[in-house]
Design a protein around this ligand. Structure first.
Ligand code: GLN
Length: 536
């Protein structure tokens, strides 16, 4: 069976949840035994989102191979239980970068290099590469942005060309659109969908299936209207109504027949979907027996997407522990020793988040100290782990001016320091310690209890590290290094053994948590917080 391609475009407005629809369709096809991956095409000029700040773009999702990618790849991994890579995320910046590099090498043999055909050819080759790997039955391609945007045009044209070249039988076009409800008229309105489909058709792409986001159920007459004006079969008008949880969307899509329409149209050979585990998981998420409160201390907390994978890892670990984790968002800028008790009162766990730069650091240190001294389960991730180390150095080891050289270059006790291979780096894009590295886990530790393994691999994104030259001051004072990168002797996990649960990790465990495989440290952290709440 040759690889089939499903292209998903969006119309009318952004934020319709195209990523979730792609991930949901992917899950339904995986549940039928197909090998599926999802690719995101982003129309911006950044080569990758790694240089964008979290307010601009939300979390940067890092893959095993060290690519800094769009957060939608996180949804694909969490829903499909797959690993993505650099090949799964392509931006306009990357396409132009590759084309310009080829041009400089003379690869275009004297031709004038143009958007059509050279840019569209480059897009095509990036899309087809995944299929040509022979690893997938289906590649779902999410086209970022909204139909009608100037920057999306080369992508739509490339998709049109792929459909022409690969053949209609091997490709499908799904368009996600909005059917708004006008309360003044008391009616659902189909006109924006009609216009969106018209715009798409003008670019040569006729959708095969329409997924209509709506706050109210679509009745037969609305479906009929959409079908006839947009030139699709009424069975191909799929309602996507607001769900209780994003994880319910695959089940709603199945009820609407999205997967059956797709397999019929692409003539895919599949078995009946096996969704038993998924249904149990959704039930646990939507009907929790208990709730616990966990503080998430960070400086981008107004923008929850900055911590997307952490939020989702809590959903996975919560379901396994039969609790719902309620996140108390704490702005680290506002936190200080004087108000920390009030701000964190009653929480059952404290997570200090990843981040960059000095803003809010003293607040994070106050949160760490509060957790350490009051025996509240604590989880520090990346910068959060570095804060735990600084706090320990200052308040337990007596090095009052200990700091990271990221915040104070002339600190007398640089307990966190820049890694030697990061010192002379000038380009900011793609130059951190990125992607998956080994971690040897020490037996009889919180970390070992969670992983049940002495060799694990986790994903990284950082420039600073625990300073090996002076790290013995920490271990001499009782801090345990329970995870070490064997190749470079870097501290990967720290913990305080006599605390109920106090763990800091230099890596980003949240990036590997999926519905089918909740991340082990999150599972144990939530379990410890559950105990803290008096629930066993
Ligand atoms: N700013 C810190 C570093 O670069 C932590 C990074 C992070 O939290 N992802 O090492």
């Amino acid at each position: 069976m040759s690889t089939k391609y499903i292209f998903v475009t969006g119309g009318v407005t952004s934020s319709l949840g195209k990523g979730i629809i792609c991930a949901s369709l992917g899950r339904l096809l995986v549940a039928r035994g197909l090998k599926v991956t999802v690719q995101k095409l982003d129309p911006y000029i950044n080569v990758d989102p790694g240089t964008m700040n979290p307010y601009e773009h939300g979390e940067v999702f890092v893959t095993d191979d060290g690519a800094e990618t769009d957060l939608d790849l996180g949804h694909y991994e969490r829903f499909l239980d797959i690993n993505t890579s650099q090949a799964n995320n392509v931006t306009t910046g990357r396409i132009y970068y590759d084309v310009i590099n080829k041009e400089r090498k003379g690869a275009y043999l004297g031709k004038t290099v143009q958007v059509i055909p050279h840019i569209t050819d480059e897009i095509q080759s990036h899309v087809l590469k995944l299929g040509q790997s022979g690893n997938y039955d289906v590649v779902i391609v999410e086209i970022g942005g909204t139909v009608g945007d100037i920057e999306s045009l080369p992508y739509i044209e490339a998709v049109r060309q792929i459909r022409y070249n690969v053949g209609r039988a091997n490709t499908l076009s799904i368009h996600l659109t909005l059917v708004p409800y006008l309360s003044a008229a008391g009616e659902l309105k189909t006109k924006p969908t009609q216009h969106s489909v018209k715009t798409l058709s003008e670019s040569g792409l006729q959708p095969d299936i329409l997924v209509c986001r709506t706050e109210h159920s679509l009745d037969e007459s609305i479906r009929g209207k959409v079908a006839s004006f947009c030139n699709v079969d009424i069975k191909d008008v799929i309602e996507s109504i607001d769900a209780r949880s994003i994880y319910e969307v695959p089940l709603l899509m199945q009820k609407e027949g999205l997967d059956t329409r797709v397999i019929e149209k692409l003539k895919l050979e599949t078995h009946e979907p096996d969704l038993d585990q998924w249904i149990k998981f959704v039930d646990a998420v939507c009907n929790p027996s208990h709730k616990i409160d966990i503080a998430l201390v960070g400086k981008y907390v107004e923008h929850h997407d900055s911590y997307k994978s952490i939020v989702e890892a809590f959903v996975h670990a919560g379901a396994l522990n039969e609790v719902k984790v309620i996140i108390r968002w704490i702005q680290s800028d506002d936190l200080e020793p004087g108000n920390v008790i009030q701000a964190l009162a009653g929480v059952h766990g404290i997570l200090v988040a990843p981040g960059f730069g000095g803003r809010g650091i003293e607040g994070k240190l106050s949160a760490v100290q509060y957790a350490r001294e009051n025996n509240i389960p604590f989880f520090g991730i990346c910068l959060g782990m570095q804060c735990a180390v600084i706090e320990y150095a200052r308040n337990v080891c007596g090095l009052a001016k200990a700091n990271s050289t990221e915040f104070d270059e002339s600190t007398p006790h640089p307990i966190i320091d820049i890694m030697y291979d990061q010192k002379n780096i000038e380009n900011m894009g793609g130059t951190m310690r990125l992607g998956q590295y080994n971690c040897a886990v020490v037996p009889d530790t919180f970390a070992y209890h969670a992983y049940q393994d002495d060799q694990v691999k986790e994903r990284h994104r950082h420039r600073y590290e625990v300073n090996n030259e002076i790290r013995s001051v920490l271990s001499n004072n009782g801090l345990v290094f329970s995870g070490i990168n064997p190749e470079r002797d870097l501290v990967e996990i720290i913990e305080i053994p006599e605390h109920p649960w106090f763990v800091g990790v230099q890596f980003h465990p949240e990036l590997q948590s999926t519905v089918s495989h909740p991340q082990a440290l999150f599972v144990d952290f939530v379990e410890a917080a559950k105990k803290q709440a008096g629930l066993e």
